[in-house]
Ligand binder design. Sequence first.
Ligand SMILES: *Cc1c(COP(=O)(O)O)cnc(C)c1O
Length: 395
Amino acid sequence: MPTGFLDDIRATLSQIEADGLFKRERLITTPQSTRVQVGGREVINLCANNYLGLADHPALIAAASTAMSKHGFGMASVRFICGTQDLHRTLETRLAQFLGMDDSILFAACFDANAALFEPLLGPDDAVISDALNHASIIDGIRLCKARRYRYANSDMADLEAQLKAARESGARHVMIATDGVFSMDGYLAKLPEIRALADQHEALVMVDDCHATGFMGPQGRGTPAHLGVRADILTGTLGKALGGALGGYIAGPQPVIDLLRQRARPYLFSNALPPAIVAAGIAALDLVERADELRAALFENAAHWRAGLSAAGFDLLPGAHPIIPVMLHDAHKAQAMAARLFDLGVYVAPFFFPVVPKDQARIRTQMNAALSRADLDAALAAFEQAGRDTGVLG
Ligand SMILES: *Cc1c(COP(=O)(O)O)cnc(C)c1O
């Protein structure tokens, strides 16, 4: 290998470190849960996307192990050669029913679903209009397609309208608006009623990535569009968050869209089928989620209790009702010091700072889970107050 190559890589790594942006991974030695063991210590976990507490749920583990016995371990094939089991079609049909769509198509992850979506559906004569805060996978998916690209400032409806007009004036044939249902750094919901109205006015499609909502937002957990009483034309989502937290993504939408994606979507055609254990656990997750009003109530009760406690302690929170509750520290060093002190005090949280969020908006993003007990939350609140005083965040 030419020596210069690794020298350049090392220089980049050193720069990341010097900028204070190096990410270190902690080793968890227990299942993902409300409490996890890290480095031999038990800590309360407030940073998983485990909204309904299904990541270690016995029903999902049982479904996965039964499927492994009956359907084997791996598929060793893409879907269209010999990688489609009855289980895959059952999950696709169940997801479509759950989301009120004609059909759905599975991917290895929602990252792949978003990477797959745009290129087969939109050509050079079409346009895609994307929220500036959309998930990286939507940005990458749009980069991979030949449609004309427009971007609007996060949830800025005047800007969206201007971009719709610009796309129409450019003579675009089909126009698609792409948005996250929930913006994950803030826990803010997309303004879907306004987006839908503008889309209808300008004959555009609405695509919603609902990763941080499916399973718990809206009636029966059917997601942000259901929560806000609007229809999305195309939905993408993940099995890696509320629906069990393992792996797998999907696109749900009208039959011809799903049919064309099966023919043309590159991450579908050229990547392995999901393993049966994951698919069966996805079906079991939907069985639970469809009857999980109690879990959803517990999740939102936890979110309200946690918000009220942090607020009373004097922390600066972003407003909202989503179980993502960001504690604003503004300064990256403060966010890191606070997270480190919290870990000493037995609470596991992650600091977020530039470039993941804008400069001066460093924060600790806490996330609620239906399985957290009141005792867990009160212990975590006491730790936040202590860490806040120790780091000078609280006066
Ligand atoms: C988590 C997330 C993804 C990626 O999902 P995976 O299934 O983990 O690849 C995509 N979009 C959004 C909005 C997400 O939050």
